[in-house]
Design a protein around this ligand. Sequence first.
Ligand code: GLC
Ligand code: CA
Length: 529
Amino acid sequence: MSDRTWWREGVLYQIYVRSFADSNGDGIGDLRGILDHLDHLEWLGVDGIWLSPTMPSPNLDWGYDVSEYRDVHPDLGDLATLDRLVAEARSRGIRVLLDLVPNHTSDQHPWFVDARSSKEAVRRDWYVWADPRPDGSPPNNWVSVFGGPAWEFEPSSGQYFLHNFLTEQPDLNWWSEDVRGEFEDILRFWLDRGIAGFRIDVAHGLVKDRTLRDDPPATDDDLADVRRLGQRPVHKMNRPEVHEIYQRWRAIADAYDPPGVLVGETCVPGLDQLARFYGTSDDELHLCFNFPFIFADFDAEALRKVVEETEAVFPSSAWPVWTASNHDLGRFPTRWCGGREAGTRWALMTLLTLRGTPFLYYGDEIGMTNVPVAEGEVRDTVGVRLSSEAGRDPGRTPMQWNADRGAGFTGSEVRPWLPIGDAGSRNVAEQRSDRGSTLNLCRDLIALRRRTPELRSGTYRSLPSPPGTWAWRRGAGIVVALNLSDEDTTMPLEPATILIATDRRRDGEQVRGELALDPWQGAVLGLSS
Ligand code: GLC
Ligand code: CA
């Protein structure tokens, strides 16, 4: 695997740091905890980890409200520990990406404290301020992603400021050249320290319409998220001018060897819009999360359709990303599979064998499911302020390392920051010693991908297959075939050998002319040449 393109061929893994491993018994996961578990990541075979926010923050949005961009949150560790993590991970072939939050800061960030102090403040125009309408109401109709108006009135100056998320997360003004310069410095600060790249929070949202025009109403074609808010964000986000920023970032990132990797949280509805974030000549983001895939139903036709469209609309240089769980949308074994193990195996096989970079979310490898969080234990502000159902805690609970009290995440007497799921029935230690486990399937798929050039970089082509199934070819020699229906099925196939099946008892089986699959079975096959 070439050093320069490790992120295309490798597997990435998202760590929600507060929930991965607690090294000092305060109930909160931390950087040392990750250092202590590098063995697991190396054994699993991942090539890179993306750490959810690590920077100082008052934690109204658990780090997505940054109060200092060049440091580490004291709950998680310090700069020296992060440096050590980067070095030790690197020595095991694992690179570290940080979460960068450029759309907004915390209202506690000194920039905002200054900006809100007066209309004449030095950093006033680092944020988006506007006068009320004549009747005193907010400057336009924009609504916050977290509900309610996206504007907050600041009585001392008589103006409103914009917050597309919590009121405590004021949006930066990306029309300001000073803001742009500052973030370019922040990128260099971390890349110079050996950080391998960034996941860019709300990547599609940085630039706002310059004249703050109202957004139009949502339509039936919009994603569920947009329909929920009732308006289509074409002015408060998704401005075409954002691309200029990423062209500048890409030039900065590409000056490093290997280049810093830019991964966008590009939550845009259309695949053509998504393609645009790679740049018109491969000069913007390296990787972009594919939300139409994440939001697709867990249905063979629906998923195949998104993949085929992605393949069709992406320019040849754009490299897809496949992911199914994250800290906002929860865990796919629940969301997609309703806890059904065969579905979890099917989805892992899909993620790891499509053409593109898979991002696993910590716990995906053992099929962790969402954990119900009782009303009084909700920690996500969105859950507290809106409704506990809207809260994102169930997908953020501690990693289940073993069956001990504390699940190996924290000490047995410690109260973890979020409740621990049923670690007795699902944990790393037990699955590791079980050859047939989901964990070993995940690891074996990663290893197969590593040693099989077609799986790393071969072309994708759908193959004809019966309803409720999905089959595709990678390069010349690999076929993946999955049955996502409750019926037995067969499909015609050239002579081949099953390299890995979701039902591991079938590994090594020879197939001649026809492949039979039980309900919810899948297999990766090598064609006999
Ligand atoms: C992104 C993050 C989410 C956060 C929001 C505001 O969508 O993934 O967790 O709440 O941005 O920063
Ligand atoms: Ca801790």
